[in-house]
Structure formats: structure tokens, C-alpha cells
Design a protein around this ligand. Structure first.
Ligand code: BMA
Length: 860
């Protein structure tokens, strides 16, 4: 790596390139004290103080103190509704010493997140009125602090009652489709707080209050770095042009030094003249032979380690570290024969986006630990994804989530937090939104993984398709629609343009090019014709959109998860507890609409519906897996017309029945395995079109592959009916047909309900891609009884398993008695004579041959 000044470098004239020296660095002067211990809380009107956890929520504190039961269990959620109507107070005492007060110019209390309407007092002086969960607040409290003991008190007003007051000031309603409240009591849109706390069609209503992100005391002298981020201005041949953007606040005007260190090997130093107040300091430089950042599957997500230091003479005032990946990224929308393209171009290469929508992993948001985010991103990586969508009904994610995506090559489609609702248009609310946007754009723009800012989820769609435009008198209608335009076509794009001009802004998802209703010819689409529209899965392959940012089908979570939240008597798909758990009840889709019935209706079309509940749960997962496999293969077959497939949804926020592929406790549903396979870098995607069997090879590789394609038709006892072997050349980054044959010729007189087509692509002795295809839905296959056997051997991480079957074993589901351990593959078909090798990763001592429970579709 080589760092140097570039010719056009104007602002900073005196950079010098130094070699890294091992000299001891001076101690940093700015100090941060986390106020995390010794908090108490109380209901405002009863003064009964109990220990509290910060960051945390009222609900989790009440649970920890034994006041309420776990709302995840059975229908306990109904018993905790009273909490949302109460005011709550948190307090703590902390000490500050004289040297800290004397040695600093500014001492700030930094609240990273207050949920939501909060009056904050320091030593009985009101220092802050907060009204937005999504922003952090900094207050200089140097003059109010005393040496010794200080008290901080935060009074939270009921978010629901506060919202209700605002609602009562309007003489019309604002739609909030998913809020679980009567139509005239929907208050979330008045409060800048995670919409899903008010209930969603996969989550409970737990409208909590609390200090949900850390509170810190930060003391600094002379000047400090308020913000730093980097951007790749361009890539040319072997040169990357980069710009660092520093925001420095100076208490004292004067001469300072800034240094930038890259990977600990090169340091740039510069004297800089700062004015009192906020200074923007650009740093332009170039890196030769840059190691580029790539998405998962395309290469290494390489990050450089940048460190900016601010010095005054020899004193080190402040430091800011950034892991940054050098890359260019563009959303390309150019006219073509269908309409307009919609794809992301990474380092000059069009990349098909494979991924999912994510929600916050906990309704009580701060309870989501780092380990939970690790799991979330691990699951995305393992399922061969390269993009997730941080969807607009929850929260702008934790910094840690974006760090993980930076490191793992997962791009982020980032919504602003607006979903399925309209907003009030008073000045204060709009100003609040502007601040929130500015705060979060500045917070997240430093992340290499951040791909796009999107204004909202389905608000535009709701106005045009869900009758919202018919709800209002003409004057009110103009005002409500103007408010929409002001927020999503003025405020948010202005903020993105001002503070993150490199990134694209997309006003709403879904939407067509040019600000029009989604039309499948341009822009992105939410394809809910399957599930809400009840079309068959084959519809995923019809009139395929340009970028599918949502689609999905529900399933039940693992029985291990169900057992944790239910009693024996609850375990039926239509029991009171299962109906209560199901939140996809959409009276506006159809009166009486209920997700559990929908699962059953879809199941009837594709599978025999089992009576036994455990079997029903298993088949619900196979059904969902079938839907996602069909969708992803169809979307990928249609590349480059279609360039993205993000299903709804990767994870859950509580143990529930939903569209997720991984349940709340981390159990992979059958769909997660199916998604993983359908997202592999190279896939074989078969279709039967009116008696013509076609195999597409879809490759995301950036170089071509030469190999051999094997297409074998066999019956369920393993007898080969026909076998084809042909050379295959798969060009880079394409989808193309590699095999075509009339079905009648392919199966040569056999019954189409008793045969399977096995496809394999081999190159240089390796299996590059495999797939299986059946000509009929599972309910119409003549599945023979099959005997599955397992042999196991101990490995470092658990057990290596060999699974074999005497006849085709369809959808072999393996589980341990307590559900612990992870099977590297599951719900797979085993062909006779073709043993399947997988791993069971577990710390437990097992006797796998006996302990592993096996379920197969043949037996149902
Ligand atoms: C999408 C999302 C969510 C919702 C999901 C399932 O449209 O944007 O609002 O949870 O569908 O209905």
C-alpha cells in the first residue's frame, strides 16, 4: 500500500507522509464515563423504587423484579397492556471528581437513545425534553455538575397517552395498518418511536418506555472529533481516490494537528487552523493498488483500519477509528426494452442482490445482545446472502449490526423508519423528522455496507392501493398528501443529498421509476400476489419484477420453540393460544383473514394436510421452503431483467408463527436451508413449461465455468430411466438455458408422479451445483415407504452423519431430543444409493443413531 498526496489536493497543503514510528503515543485527553450501574425505576404515581437496568426497558425491569410475567409465554402479553398508559421514572447517582471538572472545557451528558417522551433532570435542573427514540441527545452540563455526588433523573411520559393527545387535536385519522389498536386509537404515527412496538403482523404490542441505549458522560478539552467518515470518490486502474470527512468542534480557536494512520503503516500529518465552533475538515488522498471490498460470495470484504487523531502541540485530544472498505457502489436505473433497470453496481460490476428483510430481534429492543446480531448476520452469510433490508417499521439498527455487515460483505438497503402509515404534518413533527434523518444519516454513512436510503415502506403503495386517498375531505386530503411529499420528496432526499451525497435515495418501497406506482417494469416490487393474493407459487415466475424487495409465506416455528411458549393443550393450529400468537389477521385483506388458516389452505394445495400437530408444523415448514425455493430460482433465472430477491423476513422478534426463515430461538426452519441452497453462487434452476423441461444455469461468479452437466431421471427406488451428460460453458454473471427436453422423452414412459430428475454440474472434479426436480406437487407423488438409516462418527465439532435410504426419502427432518445442536443440512431428500453426508454441530454427548429423531414426508 502506498499513501500519497494527490495533485488536486487543495485544502490541506502541508501533509507529510511519515513512516509509522513505534514512539509511545501520548495519553488521550477526552474521557468517557458510562452511566450504566446503580439505576432504579418507579411507576411515576406510586414511588415504589426498584432496581433497573440501563440500557433497558420498563417491561424487562418489571419482569426482572417479578412484577409481570414473561409476555412471550402463552397469552401473557394481554396482562401487561396497562404499562403503556403509565408514566415511569428512572434515576441514578454518579460521582464526578474535581480534576475531571477542572481539566475539561466541556462535559457532555450523551443520551444515545431515550424511548421516548422524556424530561431529564440533572441535580433537579431540567436539562432536556426528548421526543424521539431514534436520535441521540448531547447536553453540555459542565456548569450543573458538582464535584462528588450528582443525580440524574429521567421522567418518561406514556407514549400512548401522549400520542392520543396529538391524535385528538386532528379531526381526521391517519392510517397505521399494522398497529394493534382500534382504528380511532392508533397513535404510533404521532410519536417517533419504533412502529412495531405498537404491534405488527408478526409481533406483539409491547409499547415500552426506557433508556434504551447507553448514557455517557464525556469530558473534553480544547477540541474533539465529533464525526469522521470516508468515501471512495473513484476507482481508476490501480488507484483509489478517497476522501476523509472530519467534523471537529473546537472550544478554542487555534492551530491543531490532525494525523491519519492507515493499517498502522502509513501516517499523514497536517497542521490545521480551527475556528471556535464546528469545523468541517476534508482529507483527500489516494491509495495505490487498493484491496477492494466485495460482497459475500464475490470476494473478501476487505476493510482498512483508519485512525484519525487530533492533537494540540504534543497533547492528544481525541481519536476516531474507522474500519472502511474501498469500493464504489451505484444504483443503476437506465432505460431498457422493458422500462428501467434497477440494480446495484459494485466496483463496476452488476451484482444480483440475494437476501432478506430483517426486523429487530427483540420487541423489547435493547435486549437484543451482540450475540443475537452475530447470529443474525451469521445466518445471512450462511444462507449465501449479500444484502439485507433494514425495514422501516422498526429501528435504525445498532452500530454493531452495520459493523458486522461491513466485515461480512453484506450490503444494507436502509429504510427510514416509516412503514405502512401516514404522518402528521405539523411543523414540529416535520422538524423532528428532519433532525432524526440528519442524525441517522450521519451515524450510519461511515459504513461500507450501507447501500441505499429508502424513504419508507409501502406508504406510497398504501395511498394508491389501500384506499387511503379516499379517506379524506378535499382540503384534508391535500394537506395529508402534501405532508407525504414534503417528507419523502423534500426533507429526506435533501438530508441524504447534504450529508451522504454518494448514496442513492429511493423514495418508497415499492415504487416504479419516476415516482410512479410499482409496475414491475422498473423500480422495486413487493410481490404479495402469493400469500395475500393466494396465487400459486408458479406466479413467482410470471411477470417477474426488476427487483423484488419483499415476498413471502408463513410457517410455524420449530416444535422446540412452540413448546417453550405453550402448554400441551395449546398445540393445535387453531387453539386459542395459536390464534392469539398469529398476528397476520388482516380484515382489510378479507374479513376473517387469519394466517393460520392461510397456511392450511396453501398446504392443502401442495401437501396432504396432517392431523397431528407436530406433523402439521413440519409440513408448514416444507411448504414455506417450497415457496422460497420457487421464488429465488425464478428471480435468479430472470437475471439480468430481475436483479434482486429479498424475501420477507429473515428473523423473528418473539417466538411466533411468521414469514421468518429462522425462528426467535435461532432454529433454522426448512426454508432457511432452502434459501441457502437457492442462493449458492451457481445454481441449476429447472422449470417445466408446458411439457418442455428446461434447466437454467445461473452464475454469480465473475469468471466463466467450464464443466459437465449430468441430468438423470430415476424412479423412487433408484432405477435410472434416462441419463444425459453434456459439456457446459457457463459465462460469468449470467443466467442461461443449459438443457432442454420434452418431458415425455425425458421420462420415457414412466409415471411422472414416481420419478425424480437429478441435476449435477461438475467442473474439475468438483460438484459446482446440484438440484432435484419432481413433476408433481408432493401430495400427488407416489412416495414409497422408505427406511432411513444414520451412521455417525465423532468429530471435533460434534458428529459427522451419513444418512442413507433404501427408497427415495423425501424431506428428511433430523432433530435432537431437546432441539440443541445444528445440522449443517436438513429437510433434504435422500436418493436410494446416494448417502448424504452432513454434520451435527453440538457440545452434547449423544448416541446419534438412537437419539436423533427422523421424520420423512413418506410416512405422513
Ligand atoms: C410487508 C412488510 C411488513 C409486513 C409484511 C407481512 O409488506 O412491509 O409491513 O409485516 O409485509 O405482511
Amino acid at each position: 500500500m502506498n499513501l500519497k498526496r494527490i495533485a488536486s489536493f487543495v485544502f490541506l497543503t502541508a501533509w507529510t507522509v511519515l513512516l509509522f514510528s513505534c514512539k509511545q503515543k501520548p495519553e488521550r485527553l477526552s474521557k468517557t464515563l458510562v452511566l450504566g450501574d446503580d439505576w432504579e425505576f418507579s411507576q411515576a404515581d406510586d414511588g415504589d423504587w426498584m432496581p433497573a437496568k440501563v440500557p433497558g426497558t420498563v417491561h424487562s425491569d418489571l419482569m426482572a423484579n417479578g412484577v409481570i410475567e414473561d409476555p412471550h409465554y402463552r397469552m401473557n402479553e394481554d396482562d401487561v397492556k396497562w404499562i403503556e398508559h403509565k408514566d415511569w421514572v428512572y434515576r441514578t447517582n454518579f460521582s464526578v471528581d474535581q480534576p475531571l471538572l477542572k481539566g475539561s472545557d466541556v462535559v457532555e451528558l450523551q443520551f444515545k437513545g431515550l424511548d421516548t417522551y422524556a424530561d431529564v433532570y440533572l441535580n433537579d435542573s431540567l436539562i432536556l425534553n426528548a421526543d424521539n427514540m431514534f436520535v441521540g441527545y448531547n447536553v453540555n452540563v459542565k456548569d450543573l455538575l458538582v464535584a462528588g455526588e450528582n443525580q440524574l433523573r429521567v421522567y418518561f411520559h406514556s407514549p400512548v397517552d401522549s400520542g392520543m393527545k396529538k391524535l385528538n387535536q386532528l379531526d381526521y385519522l391517519l392510517p397505521a395498518t399494522n398497529e394493534q389498536a382500534p382504528e380511532d386509537e392508533k397513535t404510533n404515527v404521532f410519536t417517533r418511536k419504533a412502529p412495531f412496538h405498537y404491534g405488527w403482523d408478526w409481533g406483539p404490542r409491547l409499547v415500552t418506555s426506557g433508556i434504551w441505549r447507553p448514557v455517557e458522560l464525556r469530558a473534553w478539552k480544547q477540541a474533539e472529533i465529533k464525526d469522521a467518515y470516508l468515501s471512495t470518490e473513484s476507482l481508476e486502474d490501480d488507484l483509489a481516490f478517497l476522501e476523509g470527512h472530519l467534523t471537529i468542534e473546537a472550544f478554542e480557536a487555534g492551530q491543531y494537528q490532525i494525523s491519519m494512520d492507515v493499517n498502522g503503516i502509513g501516517t499523514l500529518n497536517q497542521a490545521v487552523e480551527l475556528e471556535k465552533g464546528v469545523n468541517e475538515v476534508p482529507v483527500e488522498f489516494e491509495i495505490e493498488n487498493p484491496h477492494l471490498w466485495w460482497t459475500n460470495g464475490l470476494g473478501e470484504a476487505h476493510l482498512y483500519d483508519f485512525k484519525f487523531s487530533l492533537l494540540s502541540g504534543k497533547a492528544l485530544l481525541d481519536e476516531e477509528q474507522l474500519d472502511y472498505g474501498i469500493r464504489t457502489l451505484k444504483l443503476v436505473q437506465k432505460p431498457d426494452e422493458t422500462g428501467h433497470s434497477f440494480y446495484f453496481e459494485l466496483n463496476g460490476v452488476p451484482v444480483f442482490m440475494k437476501g432478506a428483510n430483517v426486523i429487530t430481534p427483540e420487541t423489547l429492543t435493547p435486549l437484543a445482545t451482540k450475540a443475537r446480531y452475530d447470529r443474525l448476520v451469521d445466518n445471512a452469510v450462511a444462507a449465501n446472502m449479500n444484502m439485507i433490508r433494514v425495514w422501516g417499521g422498526a429501528i435504525y439498527g445498532e452500530d454493531y449490526l452495520y459493523d458486522l455487515c461491513d466485515r461480512n460483505g453484506i450490503l444494507i438497503w436502509q429504510d427510514f423508519m416509516f412503514a405502512c402509515a401516514l404522518q402528521p404534518g405539523d411543523e414540529a413533527h416535520l422538524e423532528n423528522i428532519r433532525n432524526e434523518a440528519e442524525y441517522n444519516v450521519k451515524r450510519l454513512r461511515k459504513h461500507t455496507s450501507l447501500a441505499l436510503w429508502c424513504g419508507n415502506n409501502e406508504n406510497y403503495h398504501g395511498w394508491h392501493e389501500w384506499g387511503w386517498d379516499q379517506m379524506y375531505e378535499p382540503d384534508d386530503k391535500d394537506f395529508v398528501w402534501n405532508t407525504y411529499e414534503t417528507i419523502f420528496h423534500e426533507i429526506l432526499p435533501e438530508v441524504v443529498q447534504t450529508f451522504d451525497s454518494e448514496r442513492s435515495y429511493w423514495p418508497s418501497s415499492p415504487m416504479a421509476y419516476g415516482g410512479k406506482k410499482a409496475d414491475r417494469k422498473s423500480g422495486d416490487e413487493h410481490d404479495w400476489t402469493i400469500w395475500f393474493g393466494e396465487k400459486p407459487f408458479s406466479a413467482f415466475g410470471e411477470n417477474v419484477p426488476r427487483f423484488v424487495s419483499e415476498y413471502g409465506l408463513q410457517s410455524f416455528p420449530s416444535m422446540h420453540t412452540i413448546r417453550k411458549f405453550s402448554e400441551e393443550k395449546d398445540r393445535a393450529y387453531d387453539s386459542e393460544v395459536m390464534r392469539h400468537r398469529q398476528r397476520g389477521k388482516m380484515p382489510y385483506v378479507r374479513p376473517g383473514f387469519d394466517g393460520n388458516d392461510m397456511i392450511r389452505r396453501y398446504m392443502k394445495r401442495y401437501f396432504k394436510v396432517p392431523d397431528d400437530f407436530d406433523d402439521f408444523v413440519y409440513v408448514s415448514q416444507l411448504l414455506q421452503a417450497r415457496a422460497y425455493k420457487t421464488a429465488i430460482e425464478a428471480h435468479r433465472r430472470h437475471m439480468p431483467h430481475c436483479m434482486g430477491s429479498l424475501y420477507w423476513q429473515l428473523n423473528d422478534s418473539w417466538p411466533t408463527i411468521s414469514w421468518s426463515t429462522v425462528d426467535y430461538y435461532g432454529n433454522w426452519k426448512a426454508s432457511q436451508y432452502a434459501v441457502k441452497k437457492a442462493n449458492e453462487q451457481v445454481i441449476l434452476a429447472p422449470v417445466n413449461e408446458d411439457g418442455l423441461f428446461k434447466v437454467y444455469a445461473v452464475s454469480d461468479h465473475l469468471s466463466s465455468i467450464d464443466g459437465k452437466l449430468f441430468v438423470t431421471v430415476m424412479d423412487f427406488s433408484g432405477k435410472v430411466i434416462t441419463k444425459h451428460r453434456l459439456g457446459a460453458h457457463i459465462p460469468a454473471n449470467t443466467s442461461q438455458i443449459v438443457f432442454e427436453k420434452q418431458v415425455v422423452k425425458l421420462i420415457e414412459g414412466s409415471h411422472s408422479n414416481s420419478v425424480v430428475v437429478e441435476m449435477e454440474l461438475k467442473s474439475k472434479g468438483d460438484k459446482v451445483a446440484t438440484n432435484l426436480f419432481y413433476f408433481h406437487r408432493p401430495k400427488d407423488l407416489v412416495l414409497p415407504p422408505s427406511k432411513v438409516s444414520i451412521t455417525a462418527e465423532k468429530t471435533e465439532k460434534g458428529y459427522g452423519l451419513t444418512i442413507s435410504a433404501d427408497k427415495l426419502a423425501k424431506n428428511v427432518y433430523l432433530t435432537t431430543p431437546d432441539g440443541k445442536g445444528f445440522f449443517t443440512d436438513n429437510f433434504f431428500d435422500v436418493l436410494p444409493g446416494k448417502a448424504k453426508l452432513i454434520l451435527l454441530e453440538t457440545d452434547e454427548e449423544l448416541n446419534p443413531e438412537e437419539d436423533i429423531q427422523v421424520t420423512i414426508l413418506n410416512d405422513l
